[in-house]
Ligand binder design. Sequence first.
Ligand code: KIV
Ligand code: ZN
Length: 513
Amino acid sequence: MTKNNQLIIFDTTLRDGEQSPGAAMTKEEKIRIARQLEKLGVNVIEAGFAAASPGDFDAIYAVAEIIKESTVCSLARANENDIRRAGEAIKPAKSGRIHTFIATSPIHMENKLRMTPDQVLARAVQAVQWALEYTDDVEFSAEDAVRSDLDFLVKVFDAVIEAGAKTINVPDTVGYSIPALWGERMQQLIARVKNADKVVWSTHCHNDLGMAVANSLAAVMGGARQVECTINGLGERAGNASLEEVVMAVRTRRDVFNLETSIDATQIVPTSKLVSTITGYPVQPNKAVVGANAFAHESGIHQDGVLKFRETYEIMRAEDVGWNANKLTLGKLSGRNAFRSRLDELGITLDGEDALNAAFARFKTLADKKSEIFDEDIQALVSDDFVNDDTEYFKLGYLKVCSQTGETPHAVITVLDSGVEKRAEADGGGPVDAAFKAIEKIVNSGAELLLYSVNNITSGTDAQGEVTVRLAKGGRIVNGQGADTDIVIASAKAYLNALNKIHAKSERAHPQV
Ligand code: KIV
Ligand code: ZN
């Protein structure tokens, strides 16, 4: 239960967000994001799907050990094995939740589950009972609620509440609804389900028709008091409702919603940047709240208005959502202690003195090339320290690229392949192409390049370039990232990072397939 004017923010970046192609995260990456989500003030962190693989289980367990202020949740299908894995994974949590789900729409029950509605009903109740063996905090979701029969949904929700579920989540799994209908559905459910006032009503919307945020807000107006969302709207297919948009809508239009969240909005932009860096999903410049242009005024009339009186064209203040929060932190003369305390403030914990020394050495090298070092630079700089040695097969040694007008670009590279140095040279259409071709001569992965993108981490021509490379091989899609003030070097690092992920084959189950 919640105070009636409190909106619970349930973040599923580490679970539904991770279901985006190539966005799978390592344990260390999940821990970094979870720490930032805690700082952001989210109420519930869905840390993953424990039964997906031993690696997913370990990541949830590690997040549950570390996070103290937010509830840590694991997803589980409505079967005994999944629920027991979820229960074990959240065991160390100060506050732990199991989120169990089963599909309730005819299309899913008949074609995917091959179960009758009665069997689904019985299984839903049984799932909640299994989950209650581990925690009182059990959430139940009716997958594809949007295409489910309302009477059947009422019956299922009556039964799972009776069994002890505390949160009832109503998902638009396929992003099919429209705001007026979704708000009405929430209202009808709350009006018809027995003991509706004893549980928290939640909504979980996908963005296939671009209405995930609008639908979520309509559900809130219909009585939902939990919204499931992700940073940057990351998620399966077109993504989930974006946390920053939901939170800022509720906050900016307090006059309409009359609700509070526990979110520290100044942490929104830093969180968005961290998620983008780790997952390799860039934020589109015109994305609401966190896009680079969200507060940029191009037209002269607008600029004039904003200068005279900001509210003429701005409904939110950039600094309120964490723009300009990228404090100038350190420079060339900063010492090891200053570096260490900035890492602490950013919630970054390196594994031992050796890792700190190595990161500090890289910081000094960067400070020689770049006069101003911002928080985002430090985040990118330490990313290498979160690479698990067991999964780092390929490492960049040396790279030289010649690129000159009228000449074919040529790259010479050395790569440490499981510790053994190998050298190759290649020509290419451009310097990056030449570098990738040279790497392929050594690694011979045969992977298909799906995406290559470069973003600057901070502004200025001396900024670090952050490169994302998406590769596909044997049905798997991975994203690799690399950062450097030299974008060809950043590109080579990103390519090798993606190859390492492909090499570290992991068998993971998808919860909804
Ligand atoms: O979209 C969906 O239905 C889900 C459920 C597992 C809640 O992600
Ligand atoms: Zn979903």
